[in-house]
Design a protein around this ligand. Sequence first.
Ligand SMILES: Cc1ncc(COP(=O)(O)O)c(C=O)c1O
Length: 325
Amino acid sequence: MESQCELCFRGLHYPRAAEKKEVLMTGDPLIYLNGDIVETADARISPFDRGFLWGDGVYEVTPCFGDELYRLEDHIDRLYRSLRYVRIDPGLTPAEMTEATEKLLAANADRLGANAMYRVGHWITRGEDTPSMRVHAAGPGTVMIFFRPVDTAAIARNYAEGVTLTVSSVRRNPPECVETRAKVTSKMNQILAELDAASRDSLPLMLDLDGNIAETSVANFFLVRDGVVWTAPERNILEGVTRKVLFELCERLDIPLEEKLFTMYDVAQAEECFITSSAICATPVSSVDGFAPKLDIPGPITTRLIDAFAADTGYDFRQLDVAAE
Ligand SMILES: Cc1ncc(COP(=O)(O)O)c(C=O)c1O
């Protein structure tokens, strides 16, 4: 299988124009920064911002299909749960944060590609550090909201071919150290796992400290055994918004689902495996440490879920003419 570009997968790689038609824009999207809507080139953040110095912040990524912010309310809810946990005051209520996001979408109306897809980032830090470097002395918080184009062709390829995972020697941070349910900007735990897996041309599947499957560095993990969807309980993972949607879709489609602890033994027996994350919905996994799922990808349950996601988001990656890109 062609090796996957990890940067494309994570949306960090701006595709070449020849590769991607629908992300072409009339200009870079505008950014919201601390109450102002500005050009990227005019956005200024202090070099002493604690987000830069210490990774002291939280974030959200909401997918925007066409001009539809998908499940924004769920993302804003989780953002404020993360903010409360790390005790950062963004200076905006959740309603004001939602309003700022919608205003930015409107301001970018003529800059976003038609039918393109974007990741909408909410990045919030504790603000400027003082010479004392005391956490309580920092602030006010820095609030940035931005749009980044998504390489939908790479996602479409992953839907067709599946992604390759390998188990990383880097374990997921236990919640006793930093709560995994909080979406914090200090991602060195996952970045080390990504570097480790990249050396094997794969994406990392991370275990908890007890050796149970937790999640990947950027997505929740699911398998199907005997027709039942299994996923790790909330304790050692980020409670993904897409995971929540998947629970709803399973209920709607009458697909049995269980949250339970499981190990690589169960992955070896799986009929299907897939991962979920905001920009990718449900993406099939082609192998984990060389174990291919028993059924060809995408398996029947994964396909039903991908169909349901496409109906819910109004966006079907499989319709993209990847060959023509
Ligand atoms: C570690 C981790 N797990 C799971 C997810 C999936 O979360 P969501 O479905 O809310 O995008 C992400 C997304 O960034 C993540 O970083």
